[in-house]
Design a protein around this ligand. Structure first.
Ligand SMILES: NC(=O)c1ccc[n+]([C@@H]2O[C@H](COP(=O)([O-])OP(=O)(O)OC[C@H]3O[C@@H](n4cnc5c(N)ncnc54)[C@H](OP(=O)(O)O)[C@@H]3O)[C@@H](O)[C@H]2O)c1
Length: 387
């Protein structure tokens, strides 16, 4: 029986994780849940899954939860980042599903690793910001970090049973998002509502915008670099609009091993929890005879400048990926609030990166310093965006 804590239980990955757990009560037990703002959903989850502990971002919300659950089997209630760390490091927990959005996931995930917990990792920002530190901590504590991201799950599955020295490169697939075929002029006028319409996947708002700008693929490239110990020139990206092949590994004899399936996150979540087994899900099967065409082409780095910026940040290394991530979080938030245009997202990130003097990251504190610097600088640069 795996005893699980979910960071970000009220999100898209969190909710799908709970479905996987609920379908396998003999394998998994929910011990702790953590959420940001959605107290109503967290209450419903507590009533359904009876966790021993919960954490929520705001103290006021934590007080409401304490008042609500007064009965004998009430969960312990914590708040804020400290609260997230408490539940991610609870003695009884052996696996943490890291599924918060953005930089908020880094410290609880890192502390969970330090406390010896295995990680099912959805929060790619953790790897983007602090990949070398996170991997070093995982090696030291001998914990596994199993990918939940569908592309990384596909790579992980395609690596099984093959000697690592035979790997030539990995090929990340990208759907291309809703603006795959759109010209730059039309992209100028894209609204948040349009950008939130992903053609193949149902996901949280931030990652959906990252998919529309292709920043998501850039973040995934950095995640893959650290997770699979690859050089940047061993990672290729192809646009594959059907989202049927979730990624591939090419070996030195020319063989390419791919993992396929319908685009649904319950498959990679389930594999991250059940590895090395593939357990039943209630998902519909992939009917190959209903697929006319699987197509592939290179991404356009001129129209999707966020991807080019992420690759540049990865090459530059040190604090730059954390700066890219922090500036992106500010830009996406402002775009969703209607304060900047779609094509100003890469503009703001680029200006922030240009203003940054990268330093090496020796500790999580130095990563957080880079993150804070990026956010403050990006906010300060907002007014210059129209120049
Ligand atoms: N969705 C996917 O298909 C998918 C696929 C691959 C990877 N991922 C990655 O998984 C992570 C989660 O994505 P998602 O789509 O599930 O996002 P989501 O639906 O927006 O959910 C995000 C979760 O994080 C919580 N959260 C947000 N900000 C927080 C903060 N400051 N402090 C504490 N909790 C906070 C949210 O809480 P409230 O809602 O309660 O505020 C929610 O539980 C991201 O890193 C994403 O890149 C997602």
């Amino acid at each position: 029986m795996k005893k699980i804590a979910i960071l970000g239980s009220t999100g898209s990955i969190g909710s799908n994780s709970l479905k996987v757990i609920e379908a396998n009560p003999d394998r998994y037990k929910v011990l702790a849940l953590a959420a940001g703002q959605n107290i109503d959903l967290l209450i419903r989850q507590v009533e359904k899954y009876h966790p021993a502990a919960v954490a929520i971002l705001d103290e006021d919300h934590a007080d409401l939860l304490k008042a609500r659950f007064k009965h004998r089997s009430k969960p312990r209630v914590y708040s804020g980042q400290q609260g997230f760390v408490r539940i991610a490091t609870m003695d009884e927990v052996d696996t943490v599903i890291s599924a918060m959005t953005g930089a908020a996931g880094l410290i609880p995930t890192y502390q969970a690793i330090k406390a010896g917990k295995n990680i099912a990792l959805a929060n790619k920002e953790t790897m983007v910001m602090a990949g070398p530190l996170v991997m070093a901590a995982a090696t030291e504590r001998r914990v596994s970090i199993l990918p939940v991201d569908s592309e990384h799950s596909a790579i992980f599955q395609s690596l099984q049973g093959h000697p690592r020295e035979d790997v030539k490169r990995v090929i990340l697939t990208a759907s291309g998002g809703p603006f795959r075929e759109m010209g730059l002029e039309a992209m100028e006028r894209v609204t948040p509502e349009q950008a939130l319409q992903h053609p193949n996947w149902t996901m949280g708002r931030k990652i959906t915008i990252d998919s529309a700008t292709l920043m998501n693929k850039g973040l995934e490239t950095i995640e893959a670099k650290w997770l699979f110990d690859l050089e940047m020139d061993q990672i290729s990206i192809v646009i594959h609009p059907q989202s049927i092949i979730h990624s591939m590994v090419e070996y030195r004899d020319g063989s390419i091993i791919a993992q396929m399936g319908i685009p649904h996150m319950m498959t990679p979540i389930s594999y991250a929890l059940s590895y090395p087994h593939h357990i039943e899900t209630e998902l519909p099967p992939l009917n190959l005879d209903e697929i006319d065409n699987l197509s592939f082409k290179s991404p356009d780095l001129k129209r999707f400048k966020c991807l080019a910026l992420a690759l540049k940040a990865a090459e530059s290394g040190g604090s730059m990926p954390a700066v890219l991530n922090g500036a992106n979080e500010v830009a996406v938030d402002r775009f969703l609030k209607g304060q900047i245009k779609f094509l100003q997202i890469p503009g703001l990130i680029e200006k922030t990166m240009e203003a940054h003097d990268p330093f090496s990251i020796e500790s999580i504190e130095s990563v957080m310093e880079a993150d804070k610097w990026a956010r403050t600088t990006a906010v300060g640069l907002l007014k210059d965006l129209n120049d």
